[in-house]
Design a protein around this ligand. Structure first.
Ligand code: ATP
Ligand code: MG
Length: 553
């Protein structure tokens, strides 16, 4: 449409000069306005559709990336801070919104317009067409060549951005520690350093970007001068009417606007390419814990067996955190896991949940009848149903009590929830909440004591009713009243279930059937609790004499 309008103006001019009827001029004017209005309407529709596409596409991408991150290994999540991931999942995708909404339509549209204008120029006079075309295509070639310098620079900037957000998130999370230890100056220095780094990265990207930005203008100036020279000589020779001459300059002007826009869009395109590279990179990280089997686990209490299991964390090349662990646990029995801090107790429990797979050996779950399933053969969803875990740090969500207990599963009746909460001894606490089950808890559980948070986590496990329960006791002390509540809840939790308790307290050790003491990732002692306690030579007896808590600290 933009290309048709000048044709109408040419007719108008040439008609006016020839002195033909006024009606013809009115007609041309009406046609001109009609086309202008249609053009506006099309622009409106294109913008609407563009935004629609942009939001649908980027939201889908955000969802894909978020799900992908949730499935990635724990080692990935240790490497990238949450703030960095936010910058990737949201920040990088945001860069693409512009790309989807306008870039494709406009870049394509402007490109077509330039080609069309060139074609029209060519039709008016091939010499003018040819010279302008040469100028335009050498400009495009130069822009393409510059890409290799701009894209990596934008990508580096995105990386610093992500680091900055990772850093912000980290210190906001640690605000209590930073205040109490007076680490503000350190934080500020790090912030200045990161900001300075970011500034350098922007400068470096902008230096190349200036070239990219000004290139289309240079090309335009060149084309304009050529058209002037050639057009002028043709007019002088009488080979061209005033209308045609007008047309040539009009088409050149038509090219000016898209060239201006191309300049901005090419910057966007190069930024978008940088983000696309980063998104692709993240999408290509594959989890090592794969969920490929659909094995089921038997109902009721489960047997647990470790066969010569060794494990090392990916980034820890030197030592195995666990070495040659062997263990057989009968259904319904309870194992107490003891050992100094750092001996590998939590790591052992994490293997059972397939946060990681063992580097050697195998872990199997099964029933008394001897049906055993290697963990890798069990569907992850099944594993999560049949194995319940309370970790050292209970994570609560900024959601209602109900959602925190059911973990966002709507399939539980309130009666069942209340029964479970009663069983873990939180009924009194719940009754004092203003809105009962609908009370919204703070993120991170700021409004609960750590004992209450643990009890709430017990309630989650009760509700799920697994066949194996793993308790990684918080190493911090609870007050005697809460401790008693926790112990009673643990007793109920272990009824008719197999249990593994990482014990930091004498009270928890009392109820277990077997004791395993870990030392530097190896089994230092393993046996029935009663037998070990009776044997004065055993380490366990020694721990009991010393008072477990003090001895393990
Ligand atoms: P605590 O009683 O303090 O809870 P623990 O026995 O549970 O200690 P683990 O958390 O199993 O100890 O850690 C065992 C060893 O593995 C430690 O040396 C620790 O540094 C290392 N470790 C733990 N988690 C990781 C990890 N994600 N990446 C690398 N090494 C780790
Ligand atoms: Mg631990």
């Amino acid at each position: 449409l933009q290309l048709i309008n000048p044709q109408i103006v040419r007719v108008f001019l040439d008609t006016a000069e020839a002195g033909s009827g006024i009606n013809k001029l009115y007609g041309a004017a009406a046609l001109f306005m009609g086309f202008a209005i249609v053009r506006q309407i099309i622009q409106l529709v294109a913008t609407y559709v563009g935004e629609q596409v942009a939001w649908t596409a980027t939201n889908a991408l955000r969802a894909d990336l978020a799900l992908h991150c949730l499935k990635l290994d724990m080692s990935f999540h240790k490497k990238y801070k949450p703030g960095e991931l936010i910058e990737r999942v949201d920040g990088d995708v945001n860069q693409l919104a512009d790309f989807f909404s306008q870039l494709v339509v406009q870049l394509g549209g402007n490109f077509l317009l330039v080609i069309g204008a060139l074609l029209m120029l060519w039709l008016q006079d091939w010499r003018i067409g040819l010279s302008v075309a040469i100028a335009a295509f050498s400009g495009v070639a130069a822009l393409n060549w510059l890409r290799q310098f701009t894209v990596p620079r934008w990508q580096a900037l995105r990386e610093v951005d992500a680091k900055l957000f990772g850093f912000l998130e980290e210190w906001l999370n640690g605000i209590e520690e930073i205040r109490t230890s007076g680490a503000e100056p350190y934080i500020m220095v790090r912030l200045y350093q990161t900001l300075r780094d970011r500034w350098h990265k922007i400068l470096s990207a902008m230096r190349v970007q200036v070239l990219v930005a000004d290139l289309p203008l240079g090309v335009f100036a060149l084309a304009y001068s050529m058209a002037h020279i050639i057009g002028n000589s043709l007019f002088q020779e009488g080979g061209m009417s005033i209308g045609t001459l007008y047309l040539i300059f009009y088409y050149l002007d038509v090219m000016r606007e898209p060239l201006w826009q191309l300049r901005r869009q090419i910057e966007n395109l190069q930024r978008a390419s940088a983000s696309i590279n980063r998104i692709t990179e993240m999408n290509q990280v594959k989890p090592s814990v794969l969920d490929q089997s659909n094995g089921r686990l038997p109902v009721g209490p489960l047997t647990v067996s470790f066969e010569n299991v060794s494990f090392r964390y990916e980034d820890d090349l030197e030592t195995d955190v666990l070495q040659g662990i062997n263990l057989r646990l009968k259904p319904g029995s309870t194992l107490g896991l003891l050992g100094r801090t750092g001996s590998g107790k939590s790591t052992l429990t994490k293997l059972l949940f397939r946060f990681h797979d063992p580097s050697q050996g195998s872990i199997t779950l099964g029933d008394e009848g001897g049906r055993q399933q290697d963990l890798r053969q069990v569907a992850l969803s099944e594993l999560r149903k049949r194995v319940g875990m309370v970790t050292q740090q209970v994570q609560l969500f900024n959601a209602t009590v109900r959602q925190n207990v059911t973990m966002f599963d709507d399939g539980f009746a309130d009666d069942r929830l209340l029964q479970v909460i009663e069983e873990v001894g939180l009924r009194g606490w719940l009754d004092e909440l203003p809105k009962g089950l609908d009370t919204v808890l703070d993120a991170g559980g700021g409004s609960l004591s750590s004992g209450q948070a643990q009890l709430l986590a017990f309630a989650r496990v009760f509700l799920a009713d697994p066949g194996l329960v793993i308790l990684d006791e918080a190493s911090s002390r609870l007050d005697p009243a809460t401790e008693q509540l926790v112990e009673m809840a643990v007793d109920r939790l272990l009824e008719n279930r197999t249990g593994i308790i990482v014990a930091h307290r004498l009270g928890s050790v009392k109820r277990v059937d077997e004791i395993m003491i870990l030392q530097d990732g190896q089994v230092a002692e393993h046996g029935a609790r009663a037998a070990l306690a009776a044997d004065p030579e055993s380490r366990f007896a020694g721990l009991l004499r010393a008072g477990l808590e003090e001895a393990l600290a």
